[in-house]
Write a protein that binds this ligand. Structure first.
Ligand code: URA
Length: 197
């Protein structure tokens, strides 16, 4: 068993907060140790909770498409989330996403730290405000800092962009197209850092 598999096995039984009680399973990060780029999302969604893998739903499909456009290979990427259980509110048959709170983010942070340690990426990219604040501190503003290199107290180069779900939620086609183009621009920054290494 390598270190990542060991961590995944430990996280499967995580009881650091209460989210495990209603979620189907822990959704740990996926990718290879040594992957040069780590994406950190917020938390698994409905699809991810059922499948047990991060970014396998609509947001993941959009991320895959944008990565392909800037030439980032799937195999060069480790994807994970700031919180590893799905937090939701049951409304009839539907499970509606709920934002993780500070307690859950804090409880889950040791797993993210351990993933950073073991995967040892050259670059980390936060997707959305929750991931960015979990990594870079609660004052971090994605709207101001997106697409720029972030200085922080860890080794990998770091940046943030919006969460792909926010693009899917854009009010109309024109807004969606422009949000997607900006997202691709941000990923281009990550791709350039990787190319330069
Ligand atoms: N949104 C996230 O933040 N993470 C996932 O894994 C899926 C959707």
């Amino acid at each position: 068993m390598d270190d990542l598999e060991r961590l995944r096995a430990q996280a499967a039984d995580c009881r650091n907060c209460d989210l495990w009680e209603h979620a189907t399973q822990t959704v740990f990060g996926e990718g290879r140790p040594g992957a040069p780029l780590m994406f950190v999302g917020e938390q698994p969604g409905d699809h991810e909770d059922l499948e047990g893998s991060p970014f396998v739903g609509p947001a993941g499909a959009l991320l895959d498409k944008a990565m392909a456009e800037v030439g980032i290979a799937r195999d060069d990427v480790y994807v994970t989330n700031a919180v590893k259980h799905f937090k939701f509110e049951q409304r009839g048959k539907r499970r509606i996403h709920k934002r993780p709170g500070a307690t859950e983010l804090k409880a889950c942070h040791p797993w993210l730290d351990a993933e950073l340690e073991v995967v040892h990426p050259r670059m980390v990219c936060a997707l959305g405000a929750i991931a960015a604040q979990s990594l870079y501190g609660s004052k971090f503003k994605v709207t101001v800092m997106r697409g720029q290199l972030v200085s922080w107290d860890r080794e990998p180069a770091a940046m943030a962009t919006v969460h792909p779900s926010s693009i899917l939620r854009a009010p109309d086609d024109a807004a969606r197209r422009s949000a997607y183009a900006e997202f691709v621009n941000d990923l281009q920054v990550a791709a350039s850092v990787l190319d330069a290494a």
